[in-house]
Design a protein around this ligand. Sequence first.
Ligand SMILES: [Zn+2]
Length: 268
Amino acid sequence: MLVASKNGVRVDARNAIRGEEHRCPACNAEVVLKRGRRVIAHFAHKPPVDCSWGKGETYAHRHSKALVADALKERGLNAEVEFVVETLMGDRRADVMTWHPDTGQAIAIELQHSTIDLDNLEARARAYASAGIAQFWIGFLTKNAKNKALPDGKNRWKIEQYSSQPFENWISGFNMGKGFWMYDPFEGCFWNCEFSDHHTWVVETTRCDEYGEEHYHGGYWRKSKRWKELTMSGPYDITNLKVKLFTRSKAFGTSRYWWPAGRGATFS
Ligand SMILES: [Zn+2]
């Protein structure tokens, strides 16, 4: 984690003073400052780690949070990493919180570095919406996906057979089909992404029945349940991206997914 607490006050690992006592804001255990040339300054729990705030954090996740918050601050905006929102369930921290400079509208930026199940995701989305906080969900590109991407001849990259995670489908749906953003942890940049249906060719087959009659099957394209096509435009450097708000006027659900009404945010 990038932020710990010192006597109840938020301390950014970058500004923390070595030797002082820092505690985890969730479990109150003492945490250790890790800062050096090759690490993103952060705090670590001492093993054994029982606290969920001390588990599963990657360099890529830390880096993405710092990158986004720094870019916003660079522009004179107010931005905080790991900002606590009391009404969130589970991990109560928004990865990055920023505020619209004119209206003060709070915008939570969630850098979703690991899979999250739909129940948790939808509970989080609901909590943000009822708190009046705009939400901006960003996925993470995997090494495997990146290796499969090929140029499509129109300055975009395409993965013809992408096995999308349910939370990625949710993010795409939250943005109302207008594309969504993915963070590329290998280059430290962002891609504007879009899902479309993948079609597989069903090969024509002939079968002869017991009366010697031939039966034909296949010879057509079928929408794949397993794959989607992922088209990626970019890459974009964070310094060239602006946060833009949009409104979902109604909650919407399908048999599998549910999205709240409320404000969302994306890059433009
Ligand atoms: Zn803790």
